[in-house]
Design a binder for this molecule. Structure first.
Ligand SMILES: *Cc1c(COP(=O)(O)O)cnc(C)c1O
Length: 396
């Protein structure tokens, strides 16, 4: 790859110049006050992005997967009951991690393409009279299927059942690109990573703990050392880490939060909605269907696109890379070979999205799919012209 083209995998995302520069720095003494002046604003910036006043934020040298482990090992004990839905590869992996930690997971098998069944959660939680379920897991945005779930509805299910379980949300491919409200939705642990909405290289697990989640830490008996938030909190109080911090990434996180907050979170979400709308208009013009089965489930950060029956979707991804030097996402798990994915999160503009759509068209035409060149591009152009005009009218 020449690195000249934007990438359309749903993470890691394109790294803007200002973030690349912020990450690239000389070694500093990470036990000096200089580091504290970098760390604390980054923690505050993340709180704003999570829309929380009350949570405590922790930054581990890890990835989103380490964020999942941080959530469960700090709050649960072997044999504890967990409720989840399996509707894609990422929810599947979090469930698998819980099982490997000796947790007792009840999961609702949900078709890939559907969202979290909050009504089923309410029934299960209502039936759990003894309040044995300790945690409800929710994947906000299933990156494998391009499905966004309604976290507010999951919170309403917990409240309607008057159930005290903690609510843990995987927001790895939504936070910083789609609306996320930690306090308002009563999220007890929010998990993300540096390489998606934050537009940084991979390497940070970013995790927010509500006061209620922090209370659970003292009684939790799952083994943890590297991911123990108590050691991390002790480190932070002294402007340091329990081990060597990824200083460049934390400096980058500051730059990233500054950029997201300067653009304005609502504008960031609107930009993602607009870009996604253009991609969806193109998919419709191609006569193809999304994996997500209903418009309210459509993700604004990634589209998983079904290819015609019998055609191998992986060919699109490999041909795009070999011929046009452009990266799209493959299908994962149950939908491997059946979908390809256009990631549209992070640092992206309408014009960049058009380049991706145009390339996908060339690839599909090369491979003999009945795609008319320019059809998807024209549909997306119309969408961007109209939505840009609307935005301008509003601003005037
Ligand atoms: C990318 C992603 C993850 C975590 O991936 P890492 O590779 O560990 O950063 C988890 N959940 C979702 C929904 C994701 O998109």
């Amino acid at each position: 790859m020449t690195s000249q083209n934007p990438i359309f995998i749903p993470g890691p995302t394109n790294i803007p110049e200002e973030m690349r520069k912020a990450v690239d720095m000389p070694t500093i003494d990470h036990r000096s006050p200089v580091f504290g002046r970098m760390l604390h604003p980054a923690l505050e910036g993340v709180k704003k992005v999570l829309k929380t006043e009350t949570a405590q934020v922790f930054l581990f040298p890890s990835t989103g997967t380490g964020g999942w482990e941080t959530a469960i090992t700090n709050t649960l004990s072997p044999g504890d009951k967990v409720l989840a839905a399996r509707n894609g590869m990422f929810s599947h992996r979090w469930i698998d991690m819980c099982q490997r930690h000796g947790l007792d997971v009840t999961f609702v098998e949900t078709p890939w393409g559907e969202g979290i069944p909050a009504d089923r959660f309410e029934e299960i939680l209502t039936a759990d009279k003894g309040h044995e379920i300790r945690v409800v897991l929710a994947t906000h945005n299933e990156t494998a299927t391009g499905v966004k779930s309604d976290i507010a509805a999951v919170r309403r299910a917990l409240d309607a059942a008057r159930h005290p379980a903690l609510l843990f949300v995987d927001g790895v491919s939504s936070i910083g690109s789609m609306d996320f409200r930690m306090d308002e939705w009563g999220v007890d642990i929010a998990v993300t990573g540096s390489q998606k909405g934050f537009m940084l290289p991979p390497g940070l697990a970013i995790v927010g703990f509500s006061p209620k989640a922090i209370e659970a830490v003292e009684t939790a008996r799952l083994p943890r050392t590297f991911f123990d938030i108590r050691d991390m909190a002790t480190g932070y109080a002294r402007n340091g880490y329990p081990y060597t911090p990824p200083v460049g990434l934390i400096n980058g996180l500051n730059a990233s939060c500054e950029r997201l907050l300067a653009e304005g979170l609502e504008n960031v979400f609107a930009r993602h909605r607009r870009i996604a709308g253009g991609v969806r208009a193109a998919v419709e013009a191609w006569g193809l269907k999304l994996c997500a089965v209903r418009p309210e489930l459509y993700s604004d950060s990634v589209s998983a696109i079904r290819v015609p029956e019998g055609f191998d979707a992986n060919l699109i991804v490999s041909h795009a890379l070999e011929t046009y030097d452009m990266a799209f996402g493959t299908g994962l798990g149950q939908v491997a070979g059946k979908v390809f994915r256009i990631g549209h999160l992070g640092s992206l503009t309408d014009a960049m999205a058009l380049a991706g759509i145009a390339t996908a068209e060339m690839v599909m035409a090369d491979l003999g799919l009945p795609i008319r060149l320019g059809s998807g591009v024209a549909a997306a152009q119309e969408h961007y012209r109209q939505t840009t005009a609307t935005a301008q009218k509003k601003a005037a």
